[in-house]
Design a protein around this ligand. Structure first.
Ligand SMILES: Cc1cc2nc3c(=O)[nH]c(=O)nc-3n(C[C@H](O)[C@H](O)[C@H](O)COP(=O)(O)OP(=O)(O)OC[C@H]3O[C@@H](n4cnc5c(N)ncnc54)[C@H](O)[C@@H]3O)c2cc1C
Length: 327
């Protein structure tokens, strides 16, 4: 079982740690080893650490040119590695980078790829990977197997699984040096432009206060913002609120937005459509405020408040402020 790590500016993307946690669980069911694959440069000092996150082995393909994401070199390197070492299962983060190179690797290997998975398991009878993802516009969840081709490749959304640490153990490290030159790539990286605007870090937020159509207007989001501020939370919302231009796109939670798993998710005026739920149902505690007692959001909520959010939220804000003063 392989997990392929992605990195940016020398930092491993957190989805790699999350996939190691799930990979460990699946590898134990299959009784196979779990290998982390890194294509990059200057990671030598970091490799031992992956034992703490569940890996048994690391394969590190090192080249100065793999420091940044060269699409064609990544595809070539990973395809060669898989062809030679023949893993049964390869898990990759469904980040923009993973979504770019995973299907190209799958095509070159003539293997299947299940993109954007939200669940993984092993089929007991056959040992096949069960890959679950929303389909038909998110209205149903499909579980997909690829029994006739190998490897089984899947991309998985960040935030679906939780990274876990385990006891530090000695891991086997295989380092492969590559002498790539710029001419080996059809593309040339001229400049990497980072995001200039302030980053909204919804995926790492501990608390999220999210608003839906029930908030009523852009103006109404001031109330959501106020609750978020007193709680030290990030603000999120349903797709409708983004479409109505009440909220920035980066704050959308759900199938076509971010997948989040904060300790506390407060859904205000959100009905709980499946496309929203797939993005937040792994949250620690879900509180729903909705005036419709039959709203589906109450099926996933740990605490439900049936009422008008314009009446409920000001009370909550006052309660939180008072509790803070008493601390
Ligand atoms: C392919 C596809 C992808 C999608 N991706 C996403 C996605 O990523 N994220 C997403 O969120 N949606 C997504 N959707 C849209 C999704 O299907 C729903 O339409 C959307 O989530 C509904 O948003 P909502 O809950 O804010 O609005 P509504 O469904 O209209 O619900 C509003 C809720 O607010 C309640 N309410 C109204 N007034 C008040 C009040 N004053 N106080 C308290 N409660 C009140 C109502 O009872 C209702 O339950 C997608 C749809 C498709 C087809």
């Amino acid at each position: 079982m392989w997990v392929v790590a992605e990195h940016y500016k020398g930092i491993i993307h957190k989805v790699a740690y999350q996939l190691l946690a799930k990979g460990r669980e699946l590898a134990d069911i299959l009784n196979v080893s779990l290998t982390l694959v890194i294509l990059g440069d200057k990671f030598d000092a970091l490799l031992d650490e992956f034992g703490e996150y569940g890996a048994d082995k690391v394969i590190y393909v090192k080249s100065t040119l793999l420091k940044d994401y060269y699409s064609d070199l990544y595809v070539k390197t990973l395809t060669e590695l898989i062809s030679k070492r023949k893993p049964e299962i390869v898990l990759i983060g469904a980040t923009p980078t993973g979504r770019d190179f995973a299907p190209r690797v799958a095509k070159r290997l003539n293997a299947g790829l299940t993109a954007d998975c939200t669940g993984l398991d092993i089929e007991k009878e056959t040992g096949n990977l069960m890959q679950t993802r929303p389909t038909f516009g998110g209205n149903i969840m499909a579980t997909i197997r690829t029994p006739t081709s190998r490897p089984q490749l899947a991309t998985v959304r960040p935030g679906i699984f939780k990274a876990v640490t385990c006891e530090k153990k000695k891991i086997k490290i295989t380092k492969l040096e590559k002498e790539y030159k710029e001419k080996d790539s059809v593309a040339k990286i001229v400049k990497i432009i980072g995001k200039e605007k302030k980053k909204i870090n919804l995926e790492e937020a501990e608390i999220i206060v999210a608003g839906g159509r029930g908030v009523g207007s852009k103006e109404g989001f001031k109330l959501i913002k106020e609750l978020a501020e007193v709680l030290g939370a990030e603000m999120g919302g349903s797709r409708v609120t983004v479409e109505l231009n009440w909220l920035e796109q980066d704050r959308q939670v759900g199938q076509t937005g971010k997948t989040v798993s904060p300790s506390l998710y407060i859904a205000c005026g959100i009905s709980g459509a499946i496309q929203h739920l797939v993005g937040m149902q792994n949250s620690g505690i879900i509180v729903a405020i909705n005036r419709d007692v039959n709203a589906p959001i109450f099926n996933v909520a740990h605490y439900g408040i049936v009422g008008d959010l314009h009446e409920v939220i000001p009370v909550l804000i006052e309660k939180v402020k008072k509790a803070k003063l008493e601390e």
